[in-house]
Design a protein around this ligand. Sequence first.
Ligand code: PEP
Ligand code: MN
Length: 361
Amino acid sequence: MQATEAINETAQATWNKRPLIISGPCSAETEEQVLETAQRLAATGRVDMLRAGIWKPRTKPGMFEGVGAKGLPWLQQAKKLTGLPTTVEVATAKQVQDALTFDVDVLWIGARTTVNPFSVQEVADALRGTNVPVLVKNPINPDLELWTGAVERIARAGVRQIGLIHRGFSSYGNTEYRNAPMWHLAIEMKLKHPGMPIINDPSHICGRRDILLEVAQKAIDLDYDGLMIESHIDPDHAWSDASQQVTPERLKEILDSIIWRKEDINSDEYHAALEKLRQQINHLDDELMQILGQRMKVAEQIGNYKRENNITILQTNRWNEIIERAFLKGDKLGLSKEFITRYFDAVHMESINHQKKIMDS
Ligand code: PEP
Ligand code: MN
């Protein structure tokens, strides 16, 4: 059915390169835009692979949905001019076939597709007998089973080279990010699939260009294998994801500003491994603090409510309910009753203090 030749040597070497840097526009728009982006990216000397969305899954109808298969020859031409292997998002069997017909080197599965087992299975079936590497983005919702399930479907179709892309998770309400990174989930996924490269996509996490560096640096500190960052020759006028794209030249500045952590500081593997785990602990602690901060904000809202309705702060029944729930959950997570009690006492005290401040105000 589709091309079954072995992956070419350049593409293979690129796939194996660390850090692997993938960049290009959110969407291919015109032939000129694709070619100029590719050439300016190649000129930075920092980019390994060219990305472009050909078929765009958009939230609402009537938005720009990608140029479709007519953009594939533009990518082929861009590869010819720059030597950069290419990658595109695929969501259907037809898209897989079209992409492979035009020598796309690596395929990726988008976040909106990873959530749908029917679509992932369709793509997996179309990949049978090919040996094109596939990158699987995390699903839009924070569900590791769904992410793992998609990886398994692709693996069962015989695809041997699979990578992960962490692009953050959608959540209701305004946050600093377009898609909350929830680093702990990506770390867990990485630990579950030690052989698979994990690439960070700060563009879709941030949704804005000013904090790309910060997020990319975090990923590199956490020993990610690479980055996928969207770039455009005229970011503000991009047909999709305008606010998060950067010019190829700005991308170079970002990449030059990142502190690249060496695998083996002091050529001492033990220390490097320890350092990596410590970094993970730091990030998990940061996340716990964030969540505790949020918890206190909710407690303050409760404080407001209690003040307006003249209710006491301490309600014993409610407290017993919280602690019983925590014992049950904690047991499954390997947390002792003693720890749960001490931890919740501390959280509870802090919460009461926050509520008290509100009630006294
Ligand atoms: C994209 O990479 O442009 C894209 C649509 O990403 P995601 O699937 O992460 O939303
Ligand atoms: Mn995009």
